[in-house]
Design a protein around this ligand. Structure first.
Ligand code: HEM
Length: 489
């Protein structure tokens, strides 16, 4: 029996391939086309099995250079003795498709596709009802096979990916985990594949679709507050689904000053500017604290019974999922089944970026999973993480500076990150473990609160996340290794 093949999603990302020398650029005598300086920091474990990365996946751990007390890039900078010009922050952000105001979120995503894509939009806007009435599959079968050639620019491509990924999840999970399909029909599979190739994203719903590209302001003149926000495309789960997406969006938004602080911190290291570095670390710690505050709002907007019984299955993938052990055939694309993990905030770039900056080293198994999740990020965001990985080590810099203030600021960041991860475990316990126990005991009734729904909660994923991890051993290990990243006195 075929086990399913995992497809390299990276190489499809030609339109967004970036020069990756941004932080060191001003200090490098060869300018922006120069190769990256040799890495002087601990290498994290190799990218996971099946990873599509080729760029920075050096295996094993190697000790930092002992030849000098200064990191290589600083020596190089001083030797270069020139280059005070600095790439403006907005330009650096733009190169990684990051926005100064919205971070990794797509700024003001499009909500409508050009007219020829009316048949997709009509189905997508009606998904909860079509799924509840078991009509989505027949609607998809009647859908014309549309060419993707009228899609222009990455905003339209992102909206097309969002729409097709939601239709795909609804199509596959319409009858719950006992009524899955082995084949995604050609009229859906082929355009979905083409749009995925163009964006360098996998042909499945990812965090990018679910959250980053799936929001709109109700009143364009009012701020990004949950009351003024809505999703563009929905699935069953009613207000809880909306809350789940939008609270996650607020966590992404709270991270924005932290993303900017990363860039400031790396620049400050390169320029030996301890004052700016200290400020950047303070801003980073504060941003992580604000992310934890935003995460707490999950309790106000998401009902655990609805999350567990209704929403979760539609985020499930077809890799490491006993409900779809053979993966999925994308008809008209390949005769071989393909396996992809489901949507998970483990695919959000934020914590990957923070881990890289702070030099957090997770266990080999957790690293393999997290690196696999990077294949589900837009390539420019993945490139941002890889660029941070290549930058000089913040931890080494703080250690060798012997500056107690920097040490304290660094530890505040690590501790805030560990606290975020601890709080996240509390949330996961409530929304998965406790909710599963209640569902089993027959105490939970998602009832009307869920909006229209027709499927049973998934049992195949009781101990696994939608990304496919063994939930608690993974989350606790990642939290504990974060704590170990502190600098001891
Ligand atoms: C009801 C709310 C949530 C639940 C039930 C939940 C559940 C999970 C689960 C089960 C995992 C394990 C990976 C997998 O297999 O999917 C995970 C990982 C992760 N989640 Fe969540 N999550 C929730 C909300 C959030 C939010 C709002 C964020 C913020 C962006 C977030 C960020 C992460 C991250 C970064 C990971 C990777 C592990 C780490 O780096 O610590 N989660 N989540």
């Amino acid at each position: 029996m075929p086990t399913g093949m995992e497809i390299n999603v990276c190489c499809a990302a030609m339109p967004y391939r970036q020069p990756l020398i941004l932080f060191a650029r001003t200090l490098c005598p060869l300018g922006s086309q120069a190769p990256a300086p040799p890495r002087t920091r601990y290498a994290t474990a190799a990218h996971g099995a099946g990873s599509a990365h080729t760029g920075s996946g050096a295996a094993g751990a190697s000790p930092p250079s002992q030849s000098t007390s200064r990191p290589y890039s600083q020596r190089q900078a001083m030797e270069a003795g020139e280059g005070t010009e600095e790439t403006p922050l907005p330009l650096v952000l733009t190169r990684f498709q990051l926005s100064e105001e919205y971070g990794f979120l797509l700024p003001d995503p499009l909500t409508e596709l050009p007219a020829p894509y009316g048949p997709w939009m009509e189905i997508a806007h009606d998904l909860p009802q079509l799924i509840a009435s078991h009509r989505l599959r027949s609607q998809v079968h009647q859908m014309p096979q549309l060419s993707t050639r009228h899609l222009r620019g990455h905003e339209e491509l992102h909206l097309a990916h969002l729409v097709l990924s939601f239709i795909t999840m609804g199509y596959l999970w319409q009858e719950g985990e006992e009524g899955t399909m082995k084949v995604l029909p050609q009229n859906l599979a082929v355009p979905f594949w083409e749009v995925s190739q163009a964006l360098g994203l996998p042909p499945i719903l990812s965090h990018t679709d679910f959250v980053l590209a799936n929001w709109r302001r109700k009143n364009p003149n009012r701020p990004l507050e949950i009351e003024n926000l809505d999703t563009i495309i929905s699935l069953p789960g009613g207000e809880s689904l909306r809350g789940f997406i939008l609270v996650t969006l607020l966590v992404e938004k709270a991270a924005v000053p932290g993303i900017k602080a990363i860039i400031q911190a790396i620049r400050a290291i390169l320029q030996l500017d301890e004052e700016t570095l200290h400020k950047a670390l303070q801003e980073l710690a504060e941003a992580i604290g604000d992310m934890s505050k935003a995460l707490k709002r999950m309790h106000d907007y998401v009902d655990p019974a609805v999350f567990y019984a209704v929403i979760r299955i539609f985020l499930s993938g077809w890799k490491d999922n006993p409900a779809m052990p053979d993966g999925l055939i994308y008809e008209g694309v390949s005769d071989e089944p393909m396996a992809y993990s489901g949507g998970s905030a483990a695919q959000s770039t934020i914590l990957h970026a923070f881990d890289e900056l702070l030099g957090i080293r997770h266990s080999e198994e957790s690293t393999a999973f997290l690196h696999r999740m990077r294949d589900y990020m837009p390539p420019p965001h993945r490139a941002f993480v890889e660029e941070i990985h290549r930058a000089p080590s913040l931890k080494q810099h703080v250690l060798s500076s012997g500056d107690a203030r920097l040490c304290t600021a660094f530890n505040r960041c690590v501790s805030a990150l560990a606290e975020f991860r601890s709080y996240h475990i509390t949330i996961v316990t409530k929304y998965i473990t406790v909710a599963a126990a209640k569902a089993k005991a027959g105490q939970a009734d998602a009832g009307d609160r869920a909006g229209p729904s027709a499927v049973k909660p998934p049992s195949a994923l009781e101990a696994k996340g939608t990304g496919g991890s063994h939930i608690f051993s993974f989350l606790k290990s990642v939290r504990d290794t974060t704590r170990e990243g502190m600098i001891s006195a």
